[in-house]
Write a protein that binds this ligand. Structure first.
Ligand code: NCD
Length: 306
């Protein structure tokens, strides 16, 4: 059976730490890895829009000396003719060595893994989870802070539909001494199932608020997110909630001098462009981390040691 990455809990904390160590080594010694995946093929099957995730996967495989194939929208695949995800994935399993897939339906990558025996990576399934963004976030935090424990993390924005939040909360709940602060409109609170699984079962307490500025001085990390328009049932709710939080330099006046601001991107309005020049803005460095951690992940799932 191939090893897959469907949910971040598929990897132990030790395995996550190892991936981070490999990614750091790739950053330091890229040449050492440039032929590691020679003659291997990565298929990227994206049934939903993407810029960073798909292109960082492709860039990761190319930088490992491998090659890439795939599609970037459901409309350009046989999905448009009515083919099931299972049949599409089974087909690609005959051509490629590893698959990264994104799909609007929660659980689609699990269904895919059942019909194909090459490794499947979940690159985002609906409003459920996004484990490779979490690996990116953890590498970023490790590089910014030098550790993955003992800090206060604020998650702000659409915590209901934001799959990157669900996976990152799950991952961080397995490290010591993390204080969780959830900042969202009442309608976009973190889903109960995420709180139960990641926090309540482990006896981890958390703070929930609608007010970003009141908690700003406590935060070591601020994880901003976009309101997920495509997951709303009606446009009016989206329009009412979309600008709930707009981070600008004034709102950062009372923040810690060593705060790290993360965002999985794309941003819409939730961080103004003038925050980009603040040294605490880590989200463009985070984008770069996405490629290196995916290189480490591809090596791991293909069982290649360098
Ligand atoms: C995120 C996603 O697709 O969930 N983007 C990403 O992969 N970097 C976040 C988002 O779309 O808001």
């Amino acid at each position: 059976m191939a090893r897959n990455l469907i949910d971040i809990v598929d990897f132990s904390v030790e395995e996550i730490n190892e991936l981070i160590a490999v990614a750091e080594d790739i950053i330091e010694n890229p040449v050492k890895y440039q032929d590691a995946c020679a003659h291997k093929q990565l298929a990227t099957l994206f049934f939903e829009p993407s810029t960073r995730t798909r292109l960082s996967f492709e860039s990761a495989m190319l930088s490992l000396g491998g090659s890439v194939l795939g599609f970037s929208s459901a409309s350009s695949s046989s999905t448009a003719k009515g083919e099931t995800v299972g049949d599409t994935v089974r087909t690609v399993g005959c051509y490629a060595d590893i698959i990264a897939m994104r799909h609007p339906k929660e659980g689609a990558p699990i269904a895919a893994a059942q019909v194909c025996d090459i490794p499947i990576i979940n690159a985002g399934d609906g409003g459920h989870c996004h484990p490779t963004q979490t690996l990116t976030d953890l590498l970023t935090i490790h590089r910014e802070k030098g550790r993955l424990d003992n800090f206060t993390v604020g998650f702000c924005g659409d915590l209901k539909f934001g799959r990157t939040v669900h996976s990152l909360v799950n991952a961080l709940s397995r490290y010591e001494g993390i204080n969780f602060v959830f900042i969202s409109p009442v309608e976009l609170k973190l889903p109960r199932y995420v709180k139960e699984e990641a926090l309540k079962k482990k006896g981890i307490s958390y703070v929930q608020t609608t007010d970003l500025e009141s908690v700003m001085p406590d935060l070591d990390i601020l994880y901003m997110t976009r309101v997920q328009r495509e997951r709303f049932f009606n446009e009016e709710d989206y329009l009412r909630l979309k600008d709930s939080y707009i981070l600008n330099p004034e709102k950062l006046v009372n923040a810690k001098p060593d705060l790290s601001i993360l965002h999985p991107l794309p941003r819409v309005n939730e961080i103004t462009v003038d925050v980009d020049k603040d040294p605490r803005a880590a989200y463009w460095r985070q984008v770069a981390c996405g490629k290196y951690i995916r290189m480490a992940l591809i090596l791991k799932l293909l069982g290649i040691e360098v």
